[in-house]
Design a protein around this ligand. Structure first.
Ligand SMILES: Nc1ncnc2c1ncn2[C@@H]1O[C@H](COP(=O)(O)OP(=O)(O)OP(=O)(O)O)[C@@H](O)[C@H]1O
Ligand SMILES: [Mg+2]
Length: 512
């Protein structure tokens, strides 16, 4: 074992040392907020998390004398020798006989404090060699390798303001999930990709090039959501009413009858039906009023250009262990259509997994811009996908259906879903309303960690909850996959635009 790096000595203060707080004066090196420390005492090895560090100097305690004496103070007295760094730490637990116990007894003042041993940190946080590697702990040479189940089984919330590195971190997580071997347990991954940021996973990397990027294209399936078709037979009157506002109970009943009829005909061999078949059935109705309103409803459905005889492609067939399906929603202009696709696919995935036949492997469903799909307090007709995603958040755990909810506006995100996410990964957030919302739904997040969140830099993150046993700050590792075309800066985009224009001009000139 390496030589222990001494950090300081426990001091006696008004509050401690107690089982819940221990302060120590730093007499060697530096203590930082968010660092892990340890000490030996009667109960075993105590693990500590530094929650705050402050400097004191008794020479500068009195404003009046500091003002009067000014620089004289430092010239005539050994003032700088009286500067101390005090670290305030929270005991996290005690290692005793290879077990981790709750802290119930304080260490004595005067006991030496050390930088925590890397192996102990790993054990304490429950990290494992074969875990998902998201990056490196701050202040310690320890990789954050998380246990798959502990991270995903009870869902993850990934929140931060725009541009702080959410999608980058998601890419890192996707890489880890796709790189798992079968014997380690590989799950299927589906991403609802609102801006087409993950389509780059499907691009092959030329084998001759000396690219530093890893090729994930053989494990990735990109689905252009604007071309998705959904089988009419899978539509329920409930789904139709979520798509069409103000549908009356009479209309709903008439529609339900038509669906029942067509479905039973389908089962007895007539084959799948489409919207025109439904239309023909409406023509047979004798109530003119219902008839005309149903025609209007059907033409509204036709406008979405989403319904057909069968599901195309059959996305469930792509859901395989260790494989990624990216639903690229970038070209879907209609908000309603986007919502419906997310709703339909989420529901379908969950049911295929939940059913007795378990047609698909355990999966993780990533939802980008989740505040649009699982919003708080919006009328349900504007949030078609919400109830389906909520169901996964509530019941998915039992069936191996995990949700990863990604949002830059946590304040606008459904509280119920947020509360069901047992691991929170938070990057930089400065908006106080968002910070407040996140803190409320996140039990392990103490006041001191909240303060750090607003000062995090791009790519720095805090992870709290089920996946780790203590709030942990880490730096996201470098990605291995090629970045998406969205990565370019405004300058790059502007230059690319101009050079495209020039190229076009050249083409026109050479043509003339
Ligand atoms: N860990 C990191 N290391 C290096 N660069 C990073 C890291 N994280 C993010 N970046 C860079 O910061 C920029 C913004 O990152 P990203 O697109 O992931 O932010 P975001 O939180 O998803 O933003 P938005 O909410 O707008 O989608 C990108 O150019 C990305 O390359
Ligand atoms: Mg993003």
């Amino acid at each position: 074992m390496s030589v222990r790096e001494q950090l300081g000595t426990v001091v006696s203060t008004l509050e401690g040392p107690s089982p819940s707080t221990v302060s120590f004066v730093v007499n060697n090196g530096k203590a930082h907020k968010g660092m892990f420390a340890e000490l030996e005492y009667s109960e075993g090895t105590m693990m500590l998390l530094v929650e705050d560090v402050l400097k004191t100097n008794r020479y500068f305690e009195r404003p009046d004398s500091v003002k009067v004496m000014g620089e004289e103070l430092e010239r005539n007295f050994p003032a700088s020798e009286w500067e101390f760094l005090i670290a305030k730490a929270r005991p996290l637990g005690v290692f005793k006989d290879e077990r981790i116990l709750r802290t119930t007894f304080p260490p004595s003042p005067g006991i030496k404090v050390f930088v925590a041993d890397n192996e102990k940190i790993k054990r304490f946080l429950g990290l494992e060699e074969e875990g998902l590697n998201l990056g490196k702990l701050q202040f310690h040479d320890v990789e954050l390798k998380l246990n798959l189940s502990k991270l995903l089984q009870k869902h993850v919330f990934l929140g931060a303001m725009s541009g702080s590195g959410k999608s980058y971190l998601v890419s890192v997580l996707l890489e880890e999930l796709l790189s798992r071997k079968k014997e380690q347990g590989a799950i299927a991954v589906v991403v609802m990709d609102t801006h087409g940021e993950y389509t780059c996973f499907g691009n092959p990397i030329k084998s001759d090039s000396s690219s530093k990027f890893t090729d994930f294209s053989s494990k990735t399936r990109i689905v252009d959501a604007s071309k998705i078709k959904i089988a009419c037979s899978k539509l329920s009157p409930y789904m139709v009413s979520s798509l069409i506002k103000d549908i009356s109970p009479t209309q709903k009943r008439a529609l339900a009858n038509i669906f029942t009829k067509l479905s039973s005909e389908m089962r007895s061999g007539a084959g799948p039906f489409d919207l025109s078949a439904i239309k023909s059935e409406v023509e047979l109705l004798d109530n003119e009023k219902t008839q005309s309103s149903l025609f209007a409803i059907i033409s509204e459905l036709e406008e979405l250009g989403l319904f057909s005889k069968i599901d195309e492609p059959s996305i469930v067939d792509f859901v395989k262990p260790g494989q990624l399906v990216v639903i690229d929603l970038n070209d879907v202009i209609s908000e309603k259509k986007k919502q419906f696709i997310v709703a339909y696919l989420s529901n379908k995935l969950f049911h295929e997994r939940r059913g007795h036949s378990k047609k698909i492997p355990p999966f993780a469903l990533f939802v980008e811009e989740a505040h649009n799909f699982i919003p708080e307090g919006t009328a349900s007709e504007h949030a078609i996908a919400r109830s389906y995603l909520r169901t996964i958040a509530r019941e998915g755990r039992k069936f191996g259906a995990s949700l990863v909810v990604i949002s830059q506006r946590p304040k606008r995100l459904d509280t119920t879903t947020l509360a069901n996410c047992n691991t929170h990964i938070i990057l930089r957030i400065t908006n106080p309303y968002d910070l407040d919302h996140v803190s409320q739904s996140c039990e392990g997040l103490d006041k001191s960690s909240q303060n750090i969140i607003s000062s995090l830099r791009v790519g720095e993150a805090l992870i709290v909850g089920e996946a780790v046993n203590a709030p942990t700050f880490f730096k996201v590792r470098q990605r291995k996959s090629a970045p998406s075309r969205h990565e370019s800066t405004l300058e790059d985009a502007a230059r690319a635009f101009v050079s495209d224009e020039l190229k076009k001009e050249d083409e026109v000139n050479s043509f003339l």
